[in-house]
Design a protein around this ligand. Structure first.
Ligand code: NAI
Ligand code: MG
Length: 365
């Protein structure tokens, strides 16, 4: 049977960029004998419009069954005043929570053709290809106690950083597995110098490393890590860190390489019966209401998210590389959506022209 894929285009530019991914999926079916059982469904504002909820139970059940979920983006001004319980983002949060997607993979990859676009020096970013694994379901964003309390005659805002051994263990395993598929080099970042959770983090990661003797493990304080990421990011391959540090480090690392329209992501959970991890792939960007419906969106972030699905859910790393090289080729040939043009006075290509160019590059591969 074919591998199964649930596609949730969502709102705003989500459906526009997903339409280009559909062209790529069709290409693989027609040219590489790689057919997927694709189901498409609603998430976010469009699901609220139809069902009064940003994620229907049937969609949630489907997401639990398939080999991978691919999501566009959710949200938009139309939904900004909705009650918190039915806001579009809640659809995405429900998927992440019920699928228990604890490992968030955020690559920072620099295509040579865009090296000039980075705010850093070209030699610092050219050829950069690193991956940050951020713990996504625990840590200071979720720890109890939390809240704003009265103490004496003032208020105190409280959050608690809390990690159990098992929470650290499972995300560390995801990172080691990833390191094994890449260059067998992993750097774990925390602040064991000032945080108890950091001490435990370092202990547990070190313990897990015994199961991966081939992986060269190093540890770094997260603040020093931030500095090193900007100074010489190519020293890293895979980085694993907690929810808070990962939020900051992955945003910073991603921006080393240019536009939001280029950034894919994956969120992985525990292995399913077939050995594949539960997985949700999505571009980092949102629904971009300012450009929605105008054919201006860059589809590459969503296309690269599908490449991650090929690699991490479907064991087609070679086909993922083929797709990434097709993207590299169109960029080298000068194709640019508006977000990749900066100050240059060139004429941008549209969303569908970019998708077509990538399909043509696949044809030529
Ligand atoms: P955004 O990522 O949608 O847009 C930020 C800026 O980047 C905008 O100027 C937009 O035009 C541009 N941009 C984003 N993706 C692009 C692409 N593929 N090609 C070209 N330009 C692109 O973030 P913003 O404006 O803060 O949020 C807009 C809506 O999206 C809100 O409703 C927000 O809640 C939602 N959102 C959803 C996310 C998701 O579905 N995972 C993530 C972030 C925001
Ligand atoms: Mg963030």
């Amino acid at each position: 049977t074919n591998p199964s894929l649930l596609i949730l285009p969502g709102d705003g530019i989500g459906p526009e960029v997903m339409a280009e991914v559909r062209k790529i999926i069709d290409w693989y079916g027609a040219n590489r004998g790689l057919a997927f059982d694709v189901t498409e469904d609603l998430v976010g504002g469009c699901a609220y419009d139809k069902h009064g909820t940003p994620l229907h139970d049937d969609t949630m059940a489907k997401a639990q069954e398939v080999d991978a979920v691919l999501l566009g983006a959710v949200g938009g001004p139309k939904y900004d005043n909705l009650d918190f319980s039915v806001k579009p983002e809640r659809g995405l949060l429900r998927l992440r929570k019920e699928m228990d997607l604890y490992a968030n993979l955020r690559p920072a990859q620099c295509f040579d053709a865009l090296a000039d676009f980075s705010s850093l020096k070209k030699d610092v970013v050219a050829g950069l290809d690193i991956m940050i694994v951020r713990e996504l379901t625990s840590g200071i964003y979720f720890g109890e106690p939390r809240g704003i309390i009265e103490e004496g005659n003032e208020r105190v805002g409280i959050n608690t950083q809390r990690y159990t051994e098992s929470e650290i263990d499972r995300v560390a395993r995801s990172a080691f597995e990833l390191a094994m598929r890449r260059n067998k080099k992993l750097c774990s970042m925390e602040k064991a110098n000032v945080m108890e959770s950091g001490v435990l983090w370092r202990e547990v990661v070190t313990e897990v490393s015994k199961d991966y003797p081939e992986v060269a493990l190093s540890h770094m304080y997260a603040d020093a890590g931030a500095m090193q990421l900007c100074r010489w990011p190519k020293q890293f391959d895979v980085i694993v860190t907690d929810n808070l540090f990962g939020d900051l480090l992955s945003d910073a690392a991603a921006m080393l390489t240019g536009s939001l329209g280029m950034l894919p992501s994956a969120s992985l959970g525990a292995p399913m019966a077939n050995g594949r991890p539960k997985a949700l792939y999505e571009p980092v960007h949102g629904s971009a209401p300012d450009i929605a419906g105008q054919g201006k969106a860059n589809p590459i972030a969503c296309i690269l998210s599908f490449a991650m699905a090929l690699r991490y859910s479907f064991d087609h790393g070679d086909e993922a590389t083929r797709l990434e090289q097709a993207v590299e080729k169109v960029l080298a040939d000068g194709y640019r959506t508006a977000d990749l043009l900066g100050e240059e006075g060139k004429q941008p290509v549209s969303t569908s022209e970019m998708g077509d160019a990538i399909v043509a590059a696949l044809d030529a591969s």
